[in-house]
Design a protein around this ligand. Sequence first.
Ligand code: FES
Length: 215
Amino acid sequence: MVELACQHCGYKWGYQGQNKYYATCPQCRYKVKIPEGIASILGRRKLDLELKKRASIERKAVKLRGVAALVNKAVEEYEHDKSMLIQILLRLQRSFGWLPRDMLSEVSKQLNVPISQVYQIATFYKAFSLAPWGKHLIRVCMGTSCKVQGAEQILDRVQKCLNIDKDEITSDGRFSLETAKCLGCCAPAPVMTVDGEYYVNLKPTEVEGILSKYE
Ligand code: FES
C-alpha cells in the first residue's frame, strides 16, 4: 500500500491497486496521476506479484499429477469442505471406478482429515470399492426372503463357477461378486443381478448358463 493525495480535492488514502500511472480518488473520483517515485515502487510490486503467481502455478503443476491431481479436482469442487468427505469419495469412485490406497491417503492429506476417518467411510458404504471391479458386477441377494428360498446355494454355485469368494474379482477381470442385503424384489426370491439385470426365482442349476452370456 502506498499513500496518495488527490491533486483535485486533497484527499489522502492508502492506494492498493497496481496501476502505476493513474488512480481514482475515492472521494471525488478525480483521475489522480501517480508521482514517478511511487510509480516505480508499484511497478516492482506488480512484477514481484506476477513472479510469485507464476512460481505457485509451476509448483502446483509439478506437484499435482496423477492421483493427486484427480483428488485435488474433487476436493476443490467441494471447496475443501471436510463435511463433504462422502461426496468427495463418491465423486472419485465414479470417475476412477474404485478407491486405491494412495487415493485415500491423498484425500486425507488434501482435506486434512485423519486417514482412519477416510477408511471408516470407504469401508462402511457398499457404494465404495477398495479393489477394482470386474467388467461385470454380480450381486447375490442374501436378504431374509432370498435366504429362505435358497440364496446360499445360489451364492455357492456362483463362487464355484467363477472360483472366487464374495468381494473378489476373477483372475481375468471378467466378474466381481458381491452380496446384498436386499435387492428390492423379494417376492420372486431368490434374486441375483448381473450389471443391474435381474434374475429371479433362480435355481442353482441356472447360474452357469446365465454367467456364460457375459463375455
Ligand atoms: S430379500 Fe432378496 S430381494 Fe429382498
